[in-house]
Design a protein around this ligand. Structure first.
Ligand code: PCP
Length: 406
C-alpha cells in the first residue's frame, strides 16, 4: 500500500523497524557468539530533568506494555502518571522501569521503548506544571498543529494525563473518550465578513452544547470587540478569547484587566476571559492574576522538552555490571505514601520506613509484563489523570530548599 505520510505503523514498530541499526548489529553479533540468551537486567532511568524541574510525570507506559506483549521479557514499571525524579532522597539515580530477560530477545526494543516515554513524559510534565501554575482554571491543549499529525493522539493524551481539561483534536478526544474542545479561528470571522456576523453564525449553526467563546482580536481593539460580542450574544456568550498577536500584545495582563472591567461594568460578569498565543509557564501565572480563566496552550505544550531517559544493563547473569555513571544491580524504588519521598534500595533489601517523615513506603516498580504477557490492568486516561492530580497536591513547582534532595 502506498505510504502517504512519514510515520511508522503499529506493525513496523512491533517488528522493531523503528530501532537504531546498532541494536540490530548487536543482536546479529551476540547470536553469532551464542550470547543472545544471556539473562540481563536493565534499568530505565531519567537524566537530569529539563530546566531543573524537580519532578516529572511518567507517560507512555500503556504503549510500552503493547510494545512488549509477545516479547520474551519481564517489564516492571512505575504506573503511568507516576511522579518520578532524577534521583532519590539521597541522590541515588531512580529507575522508572526495569526490563529482565535474555538480552537478544529484547535488545532491539530499547529505542522504541525510550521513544514512547521520552516525548510523552515531557508533554505530561509540562502539562502538570501548567496545572500547578493555574490552579483550577481551564487548560486546553491547542498544540497539535505544531507537530506531525500522526502524533496528535499522543500529544493530546499526554496533555490530558498531565492535568489538562480538554484537547482540540478529534483523534485525541476519541481515545480519551471526551468531546474535543475548541473555539473559533480568525478565518471564520474573515470569511463571514465581520465579527458580529461570525459570532451569530456560530451561535446559530453550532450545537447549543458547545460553549460560545467569541474570538475578539481580529480587526479591532479587544475591549471594543468584547463589548460587541457580549451585546450580540448576551447570556449565551460563555467567554471571549484573546489570541492577540505579538505585535499588539503590549501589556497583555493589563489588556485582560481592561476587557474584564468593561464587560463587568456593563453587566456581562458571566463572560469569562480565555487566552491563547505564546502561552508558557512563565506568563500564565500573571495572566491568571489578571483575570484569565481559560488557557489554550499550543507550542509550549506540544513542543515540551523530552525527558532524557536511558536504558542500561545493570546485571548480567546475576553479576553487577553497570557502566560509569550508572549504579549496578536490581533495585526497587520505595515511595513514602505521605510525602512522596523516594528511596532507591537494592532489590533484596527489606521495605524501609520513609527516611523523611517515617511514613509507610510502597514499592513503585510493579509487574507490567511477565514472559511477554500483560499482567497489569491498564488504567483509563481519566483514572491516570486523577492519579496525577492527586500527586500534584503534594508537589512544589520548584525545588524546595532544605534537607530533601527534592
Ligand atoms: C493560534 C491558534 C492556536 C494558538 C495561537 C496557539 O492562533 O489559535 O491555537 O498558539 P501557541 O502555539 O503560541 O501557544 P492563530 O495562529 O492566529 O490561529 P487561528 O486564527 O486559527 O486561531
Amino acid at each position: 500500500m502506498k505510504r502517504l505520510f512519514h510515520y511508522a505503523s503499529d506493525e513496523e514498530i512491533k517488528r522493531g523497524e523503528t530501532t537504531d541499526i546498532y541494536f540490530v548489529r548487536t543482536k546479529q553479533i551476540i547470536e553469532a557468539k551464542g550470547l543472545d540468551k544471556t539473562p540481563v537486567i536493565a534499568d530505565v532511568t531519567p537524566g537530569k530533568l529539563p530546566h531543573g524541574w524537580p519532578w516529572g510525570i511518567l507517560c507512555g507506559i500503556e504503549e510500552v506494555a503493547h510494545l512488549f506483549e509477545g516479547i520474551n521479557a519481564d517489564v516492571y514499571s512505575m504506573p503511568e502518571g507516576s511522579v518520578f525524579h532524577h534521583e532519590d532522597f539521597r541522590g541515588v539515580r531512580e529507575p522508572v522501569m526495569r526490563v529482565e530477560g535474555p538480552y537478544g530477545d529484547f535488545c532491539i526494543y530499547e529505542t522504541p521503548l525510550l521513544g514512547l516515554i521520552c516525548q510523552a513524559s515531557g508533554v505530561a510534565t509540562r502539562a502538570a506544571r501548567m496545572r500547578k501554575t493555574v490552579g483550577d482554571k481551564t487548560l486546553i491543549s491547542f498544540g497539535i498543529r505544531r507537530m506531525h499529525p500522526a502524533l496528535s493522539p499522543m500529544i493530546d493524551r499526554a496533555s490530558y494525563i498531565g492535568g489538562f481539561d480538554g484537547v482540540s483534536s478529534l483523534s485525541g478526544a476519541k481515545i480519551l473518550g471526551i468531546e474535543p474542545s475548541g473555539t473559533m479561528p480568525h478565518a471564520l470571522i474573515i470569511v463571514l465578513g465581520d465579527q458580529v456576523k461570525a459570532w451569530k453564525a456560530f451561535d446559530e449553526v453550532i450545537s447549543p452544547k458547545i460553549p460560545r467563546i467569541a474570538l475578539i482580536d481580529t480587526y479591532s481593539d479587544e475591549k471594543m470587540e468584547a463589548i460587541m460580542a457580549a451585546e450580540a450574544l448576551k447570556e449565551r456568550l460563555y467567554a471571549v478569547r484573546l489570541d492577540t498577536p505579538a505585535s499588539r500584545k503590549g501589556d497583555f495582563p493589563e489588556l485582560i484587566r481592561e476587557v474584564k472591567w468593561e464587560l463587568d461594568v456593563r453587566g456581562f460578569n458571566h463572560v469569562k476571559i480565555f487566552v491563547s498565543g505564546g502561552l508558557n509557564e512563565e506568563n500564565m501565572k500573571e495572566l491568571c492574576e489578571a483575570g484569565a480563566e481559560g488557557f489554550g496552550v499550543g507550542t509550549a505544550l506540544s513542543n515540551a522538552p523530552t525527558i532524557d531517559f536511558a536504558m542500561d544493563i545493570v546485571e548480567i547473569d546475576g553479576k553487577l555490571c553497570a557502566k560509569r555513571g550508572k549504579m549496578g544491580g536490581k533495585k526497587q524504588v520505595w515511595r513514602c505514601q505521605k510525602c512522596l519521598a523516594d528511596l532507591v534500595l537494592p532489590f533484596d533489601k527489606a521495605q524501609p520506613k520513609c527516611p523523611v517523615c517515617g511514613g509507610k513506603t510502597e514499592p513503585m516498580l510493579k509487574p507490567l509484563i511477565k514472559n511477554g504477557k500483560m499482567v497489569a490492568k491498564l488504567p483509563k486516561p481519566k483514572e491516570i489523570r486523577q492519579y496525577v492530580l492527586k500527586q500534584l497536591e503534594k508537589l512544589q513547582l520548584e525545588e524546595k530548599l532544605g534537607c530533601s534532595k527534592r
